[in-house]
Design a protein around this ligand. Structure first.
Ligand code: CA
Length: 278
């Protein structure tokens, strides 16, 4: 092989290696970087969960939505044939009222909406509307996507469907206003689940993750996160583990309630920089 041919071959090999590295690094990161890795490498504030108290939660309740209003917890339960809207005593976890859903509906996200309660369904494309006062069903809305999480900023309903988007919808007819991409360190955040709007931020569970992301509702950027792995240590181990899913906020005390699908406990918590700090 002539010297010039050898140089050309080496150059081609070098170029091939550079291209290969360029391709494999993002592929490796795509498949290997966990949400935990991304959160802890993105330099956003990460809060810990300080458990204030623990109360019983029906371990048969497949929690899909949770909010707190006027001293009562409101919970949406999923699964076909088992779905319901329930009110719970926040001190004992006892169910006060149970409103079963049609067995053909799979309950999902739940939010207060003025003097009404709105409950999503998973794949049925229907949102049930209840009177807050007596929990009577007074109507329904239709939508096109799956229904996962639901909350409100008091101007619009904010919905997730398992994709890396938040959907801002009208509180009068549920029409779509804005579809906002959610990102962390420039990467889309997949599997957005149960939601809670608190003090200008959207707190979001992520399916099968023990982390909560805190989203700027204008930019869609994840600006903080909550590492809730400590709760996993407090519930009996199961395989596969049931996901953390359910965030409610008590604006009077400033406490959050957290639970999960089929979890035996609801935790009253605060988010702190370091455990022991109050
Ligand atoms: Ca919630």
């Amino acid at each position: 092989m002539a010297k010039t041919e050898l140089s050309y071959t080496i150059l081609q090999l070098y170029r091939f290696t550079v291209v290969l590295i360029g391709l494999t690094v993002p592929i490796r990161c795509l498949f290997c970087a966990t949400l935990s890795d991304v959160i802890y490498s993105s330099r956003i504030p990460v809060y810990q969960v300080d458990v204030l108290s623990e109360m019983p939660h029906n371990p048969l309740s497949f929690t899909q939505g949770l909010f707190f209003h006027d001293g009562v917890l409101y919970e949406s339960i999923g699964q076909y044939g088992e779905s319901s809207l329930q009110t719970l005593d926040p001190k004992t976890g006892e169910a006060l009222r149970v409103i079963p859903l049609d067995p053909a509906l799979f309950g999902e996200g739940l939010s207060l909406c003025d003097d009404k309660i709105v409950q999503l369904t998973w794949r049925e494309g229907v949102a049930m509307i209840y009177n807050l006062s007596d929990l009577a069903i007074v109507g329904s809305w239709r939508y096109e996507t799956e229904g996962w999480g639901l909350t409100t900023d008091d101007r619009r309903l904010i919905m997730s469907d398992g994709s890396p988007f938040l959907y801002y919808r009208s509180t009068t007819d549920f029409s779509l206003d804005t579809k906002l991409p959610v990102t962390i360190a420039g990467q889309p955040v997949q599997w957005l689940n149960e939601l809670e709007f608190v003090k200008g931020r959207v707190y979001a569970n992520i399916l099968s993750e023990d982390y909560i992301v805190v989203i700027d509702p204008t930019t869609g950027n994840v600006v903080e996160a909550v590492d809730a792995r400590i709760l996993r240590e407090k519930i009996p181990p199961k395989f596969p583990p049931d996901p953390l899913n359910g965030i409610a906020y008590d604006s009077t005390s400033g406490d959050f309630f957290l639970t999960g699908k089929l979890w035996p406990s609801i935790f009253r918590v605060r988010f702190v920089k370091n455990i022991g700090e109050r």
